[in-house]
Design a protein around this ligand. Structure first.
Ligand code: UFG
Length: 329
């Protein structure tokens, strides 16, 4: 029996594939390679293509004995989603519908889903709990919440059980040094800070220093990508054991400001990192910190790479040894 990983050549997908292979699981990947990288796959059988290609999905499910699905494949840029909503509804929502239909036809009844803190929007309180209000502030978050709701109805009506994992800020790279973060374009804070340390960009922009936080910059909950990968494996096993659908936050429960991230990166790299304070970026909540108590108690998840310095050091070991990421496409 194999686990199907959609978007397995992406950042979090590829780290999850690595974790599954380490645990002796058989892995099948579907990835369009539009944003993922072939080099990020440390194993498994790759089907290159799109979830909206129903024939390809049918073939994949016919050719492999799939026990469970881990679903990462999606467009994930908040800014882009506010310029091109149709792309997000098409790729994310319709893509997920095609996947669920194919699972229904093939009789596969377990799915672990890559969701996001963006489903909450501006939080009513921090740390955020799973039962808090979900009111997405952007199209990206709205499509992820819609995908969660679709899964909930596919469970009620058809018994396809799901676990939605709402991650906060994924960061860091694999301990092997073979895979790491390479988004094009890159929009995430830690890789951009490290690019500034490498002099690949002139400075790191600080998007606003007038937030109601101690140093005026936004606070986020950074979580190591390999801890996220571990949670996905636990979620599959949770469903395998017969448990019902559930939703979990995945974060450290610790918040760090943009300035703290930059200061920590200076310490880790030993390099100067020029900064330029700019206007706020639209749609950024001041503070996003997770309560992950539920994942800890129900999944037995215990993030082991929790300190910011360690997370940035692991990202730095990838970026400094792969200054061009996976290289030219
Ligand atoms: N930031 C900067 N300068 C930059 C880039 C980011 O100051 O050049 C700031 C942002 O304003 C934010 C923080 O650094 O305050 C982190 O920004 P990221 O873009 O790295 O991450 P986000 O918190 O915006 O986004 C993450 C995920 C999204 C998800 C969102 C949930 O990447 O997929 O959390 O709100 F939607």
């Amino acid at each position: 029996m194999a686990i199907l990983v959609t978007g397995g050549a992406g950042y979090i997908g590829s780290h999850t594939v690595a974790e599954l292979l380490d645990r002796g699981e058989e892995v099948v990947v579907i990835d369009s390679l539009l944003t993922g990288h072939r080099e990020a796959l440390l194993g498994g059988k790759l089907y290159e293509g799109d979830l909206r290609d129903k024939e390809l999905l049918k073939k994949l499910f016919a050719e492999n004995e799939i026990d469970a699905v881990i679903h990462f494949a999606a467009s994930s840029l908040v800014g882009e989603s506010m310029k091109d909503p149709a792309k997000y509804y098409d790729n994310n929502v319709y893509g997920t519908l095609c996947l669920l239909q194919a699972m229904q036809e093939a009789g596969v009844d377990k799915i672990v889903f890559s969701s996001t803190a963006a489903t909450y929007g501006e939080p009513e309180k921090v740390p955020i709990e799973e039962s808090d209000r979900t009111e997405p502030a952007n199209v990206y978050g709205e499509t992820k919440l819609t995908m969660e709701r679709m899964m909930s109805w596919f469970d009620k009506v058809l018994g396809i059980r799901y676990v939605a994992l709402r991650y906060f800020n994924a960061a860091g790279a694999h301990a092997s040094g073979k895979i790491g973060e390479d988004h094009r374009p890159e929009s995430h804070l830690i890789p951009l800070v490290l690019q500034a340390a490498l002099k690949q960009r002139e400075h790191i922009a600080i998007f606003g220093e007038d937030y109601p936080t101690e140093d005026g910059t936004c606070i986020r909950d950074y979580i190591h990508v390999s801890d996220l990968a571990d949670a996905h494996v636990r979620a599959v096993n949770y469903l395998r054991s017969g448990s019902g659908s559930n939703v979990f936050n995945l974060g450290n429960g610790l918040g760090f400001s943009v300035k703290q991230v930059i200061e920590t990166a200076k310490k880790v790299t030993g390099l100067d990192i020029p900064v330029a304070v700019q206007e706020r970026r639209a749609g950024d909540p001041a503070v996003l910190v997770a309560s992950s108590d539920k994942a800890r108690s129900v999944l037995g998840w215990n993030p082991s790479r929790a300190d910011l310095e360690g997370i940035i050091a692991s990202a730095w070991s990838w970026h400094s040894s792969h200054p061009q990421g996976y290289g030219d496409k």
